[in-house]
Ligand binder design. Sequence first.
Ligand code: 26Q
Length: 767
Amino acid sequence: MKNTNTKMIYEELSRDLKNLYGEEATLENASADQIYSTIWAWSLKKVSALEKYGEITSGRKIYYVTIEVLPGRLLGNNLLNLGLLSAINIVLRRMRYSIENLEEMETDPSLGNGGLGRLGPCIHEGATSLGYSMECLSLHYHYGLGKQVFRDKKQTFEPDPWDLYGKAVNTRQADYEVELCGRKIRPEENVITVTGYNTDKTNSLVLFDTGLASDAVIRDGIRMDMSDPIPALTLFLYPDDSNEEGRFLRTGQEYFLSASSVRHILEDVEKTYGSIDSIAEHAVIHLNDTHPALCIPEMVCQLMDRGMSEEKSIELVKKLFVYTNHTILPEALPRVPLSRIRAVSPRIADMITRLDRHVREKGITAGPVLEGDVVNMANLACHFSYSVNGVAEIHTGILKKDVFSDMAAAYPDKFTNVTNGIDFGRWLRHANPELAWYVGRLTGGDVVAKPSLLEKLLRYQDDTAVHADLESIKEDNKEALAAWLEEEKGLVMNPKAILTVQAKRGHAYKRQDLNCLYAIWKIQEILQGRLPATPIVNLIAGKAYPTYEAANDVFHLALCLQELTKSPAISPWFRVIMPDNYNVSMAEKILPAADISEQISYAGTEASGTSNCKLMCNGAITLGTRDGANIEIGDLVGPDNIFTFGIDAKTAADLNRSGSYHPYDYYSDPEIRRVVDFIVSDAMRRIGDSVILERIHRRLTTEDTYKCLLDFKSYVQAKEAAFRAYEDKDSWYKMSLINIARSGFFSSMRTARQYNERVWHLGNPAR
Ligand code: 26Q
């Protein structure tokens, strides 16, 4: 399969180019567009020539159902997986192009928002590389979550089409129909081939569409007329659910995904094995959080339609499903009125009632499916899945001891942990080729195929020449990021500055506001003449749900601070930077350049985090609370190689329970008051919207749900300690090296392997 012969590649591309653009076209005189299209089509040809896993007829296949999916750009990743990336770069350089420039022409589909959406593709990649048969099933949103645009320092969204990507999509009409809102719909299946590292096997990402979406229902931005859910169904991810029409549309989307997935899976099994009799030996259906939980009642109905008794169908379902929980926040553990589900599908509503009765008749009082007339989706998922897992040790512990404690008592063997992982091909090798090449040289092996090799770096932890090399790689990445930010976003970043990064969804528990409070503290320090030894760039990026006021307000604050820190009195020493529309491809530029990884959630709230793992393998040092996978990072690198601050999860839980936290007690502290009051100072009012600034001030001083004021001083101390530590480059890059060396644990191949051992039990995977 591998053909790294550059001469041959050159000839193939020349021929393809002529086929596309006529005999006169040559690689030397072609436009960037033409070269890009030619390489894109050529890479897809190579991908489709590979063998399909679907043909494997032994072992189980994983069907991973998810409302969000963030696959990122395909071209570079596929070329890397096929072993063609270096060769194509050599060919391109002859024509004064580089793959990095060409990749910028590919759209990056915004079919997800954050960790939940990116995790699927990372695990998919890991599983494919290991030879597991896995299909990822999601929806074909025409305009994704939306493109984030800042106007007047406020977050707005525009439709985010990803047509170019269409060239990689194979569209087929399903053989089955699904019924929702009284309409029969024949779904479209849009299939994208997924490659694995160093393997000629492939898997698929299937995106269902109604084929009935209509742009005519779009009003301004991403607002829609949702009175009829069908034309709106596959336009946007997470449509506005602040009114009943929107909530109905979301349930419609979830049911469409669930019904299409179940029908697709049954058809796949039937086609491959001739019947569905032994489906549990051939399939495992992985629910990525609760959004696709309606798969459960749908599967029971479908099995009954095929002649199975209700009791047998339910028992079979319990052998098919697994559920991964990604959040413990009550507002993200959905409770859906049965009447809403009934309006989407009366049959599914009836089946939920029967499933609820089934649980009660078994004498299980834990976690009712129906709480009055409301469906508890997480309980539905727990009862009818044979495995439930959290995504980091602490998170699984909280699920077992707290969120699902009654369930864990009722089903002691059901709960397990599988700590998240990331795809080292994309997040190390492709995002940071210089570092990947360097650590490859030092470890003498392929660290993407075998991330545990990174441990060999530990031998060099006291080697000052290695420290200097790591520093120079980091500098190169910062230069590249600074150039990109200036050109694409008009933002000035000093590449010589220390770069601290908080890149994630905007959410109160993630505490972007705590980061802003530090920024204010630092600004005040600078204005009083206490200057940092090295300039600091404090980068914040991410999208917040459009109607989530608190998160939008904090983004406004960050954007005001970005404006304020442009002032010549501050900018030489400190800058807040907030680029808009953070997505996978932007992450690939930012994370390799970061020195510090900000993981500052309120302890006990961040299920795992995955940017913490991506930053770690790129040599950033974690500045974090004892939360999510930060704890596992700390265990791997030891306390000297991480900056930990703040209360721990137990103290946080005790405080939540006792209700004894009053932010005003902390606000009375003059230092804290000076920082918090700055939010509503004249300087800030001149830049920002006073109403919003006052709202933030009020929230912090009267509610402060995630206790920023409590952790503030400890955060400032830890952040300052990190900046001081940066001044000793040898010890800093020793820390950085230890982080890279220990990051192999977070490979998504390890995650996929553990899912297999603990959850999927695939039987006979290829490797
Ligand atoms: C639920 C109900 C109603 C409306 C919306 C939702 C909803 C929407 C999005 C619930 C959850 C999400 C997204 C969750 C998410 O991204 N979780 C992240 O998952 C990562 C992968 O496991 C973890 O690393 C992160 O810690 C976690 O925040």
